[in-house]
Write a protein that binds this ligand. Structure first.
Ligand code: SF4
Length: 225
């Protein structure tokens, strides 16, 4: 009983921090929703995707973990999954291109700063491209482990923590970028380097002509890498 109380208390500062981030995002015309856990996050995400939609996907462990990918594969959607088993490179690139004009684009994000900036580093660039322009709606899902203080910390986390782990998810890459073996970024020139394109989203339009497209779903548990 005492342990439970301590756990609840420990979460309070994080919840306050998340409320502040949601406020900052909203000031920058970026909608944000808090979901307590992955099942709530799944409900929130699916409620934002109308049946029959063309749905683009930027590879994301977080989206897989909360169950979105499974539901999109099985449901009444045209799900553009460039990582679907069995498809070839040309088909994968075509799906990435089609995602740029999808009805809804879903993916994760690498880091979110406490002042509401969304930080992403991509290898190919398809994921960040679709976040910026093209789809009518973009849904970004992020676990609390990716909340950082500022952009410097975001970039450090991406290079020193998440990129090496992401490289390790692709043991078939030949040659594997060095961080996949050493766990340390060597600012490599590998043909499989995953840190090629850095995008920081600070704000989006909300005016007579252009409406905001991004919604961030912050999940109160650790997700992705
Ligand atoms: S630049 Fe290369 S070594 Fe550094 S994190 Fe990216 S892929 Fe790994």
């Amino acid at each position: 009983m005492r342990n439970t109380a301590l756990r609840v208390d420990a979460r309070k500062p994080m919840k306050r921090r998340i409320q502040q981030i949601i406020q900052r995002l909203s000031e920058n015309n970026i909608a944000a929703i808090y979901a307590e856990n992955r099942s709530e996050a799944l409900e929130v995400v699916m409620s934002m995707i109308p049946e029959g939609s063309v749905v683009g996907f930027g590879d994301s462990l977080t989206l897989r973990q909360i169950g979105t990918v499974d539901l999109l594969e099985k449901g009444n959607y045209t799900f553009l999954n460039p990582w679907k088993p069995g498809i070839n490179v040309d088909e994968s690139i075509m799906l990435k291109k089609q995602a740029l004009t999808s009805d809804v684009f879903v993916t994760g994000t690498n880091a979110l700063t406490t002042d509401g900036k969304i930080v992403n580093v991509d290898g190919h660039g398809n994921r960040v491209a679709a976040m910026l322009f093209g789809p009518d709606k973009v849904i970004l899902v992020i676990g609390i482990n990716k909340i950082v203080e500022n952009i410097d910390e975001a970039l450090r986390r991406i290079r020193d923590e998440s990129a090496p782990l992401n490289v390790k998810r692709h043991p078939n890459w030949d040659p594997l970028p060095p961080c996949g073996t050493t766990g340390v970024c060597e600012d490599c020139s590998s043909p499989w380097r995953i840190c090629n394109k850095t995008v920081i989203i600070e704000r989006q339009y909300d005016n007579d002509r252009y409406k905001p497209i991004i919604t961030v779903v912050i999940v109160g548990e650790e997700l992705g890498i």
